[in-house]
Design a binder for this molecule. Sequence first.
Ligand code: COA
Length: 331
Amino acid sequence: MVNRGASQLKNYARIIGTGGYLPEKVLTNADLEQMVDTTDEWITKRTGIKKRHIADTGQTACDLAEMASRNALKAAQISPSDIDLIIVATTTPDRIFPSTACLLQQKLGVSGSAAFDIQAVCTGFIYALSVAEKFIRTGSAHTALVVGTETLSRIIDWQDRTTCVLFGDGAGAVVLQSSEDLGVISTHLHADGNYQQLLTVSAGISENYHKLREEGAFIQMQGSEVFRVAVRTLERIVEETLVANNMDKGEIDWLIPHQANIRIIEATAKKLNLPMERVVVTVDSHGNTSAASVPLALDIAVRDGRVKRGDTLFLEAFGGGFTWGSALLKY
Ligand code: COA
């Protein structure tokens, strides 16, 4: 599905604030060496990851989302009551229902706005951004809070070295607002359910995770096959996005990729002819935080001054489903 309507309508959806939150506890590769048969060298070489953050036992995906959202609202200089749409992308919701978006709305001390979750695993934030953008473009919403939040540590088998070294917890958020200035330029969403078995969890919620652990409902992944499809698919979406906008590679200022593996990121950067200095990389210190990884990376690059107003950003993600997507935007 391709949305390329921004140029035909006056209402653009523009990011007016970003926020992130990472739990305090850090799990290093050295820590993992004590838990499974692995080495810092293997993890670094194969994935680029050095450490990741892990939520406290009492912290849920919604708690992380609240912190990231408050940071984004502060950066946007608006209050929760200014929000008329909340979309939360998460693979690890607090409960089956109410949605994490409703729980977040309550935590932010407001009510009445539309609030719902989106589940597209690691592509969740791109899906959420795309949906929020459509609400704004059509005039159905003026100011949207779009969040990616995950407590993947709850669904990780800490004895499975092939997966437990890869993931981390965290949340990222953006405030998207109706604007006459160019913001989101186009978004591109895809899925292929034929790949469901390559990367899957048979059940799962974040709040009562100990029950899931007893049932053994963990992330299972056929890593090298996922890797191959991810690289191929992300290369295709680079092409699709550039062609849809009649844009040259040279016009992209920053690649803000999903943070699963440094080698996948490098392959996408190469496809875009972008040097790694123009790629925002957090995988080394966050691991793969699924739906949280793109907004977290964006927030970091905004706050450290790399991403500036007017820059053209290429956001992309690939995840379970499989799902994949991209968003091209002017920051
Ligand atoms: N420590 C040490 N050795 C490990 C290990 C670990 N943590 N995990 C796996 N290995 C071993 C394997 O058992 C295998 O050993 P063998 O050859 O004796 O069987 C060997 O390392 C190579 O495994 P392989 O799976 O082929 O490695 P890889 O280069 O494909 O890297 C991943 C594995 C998971 C890092 C990589 O495939 C990947 O990143 N996949 C995609 C991840 C992704 O994008 N996921 C989510 C999408 S959101």
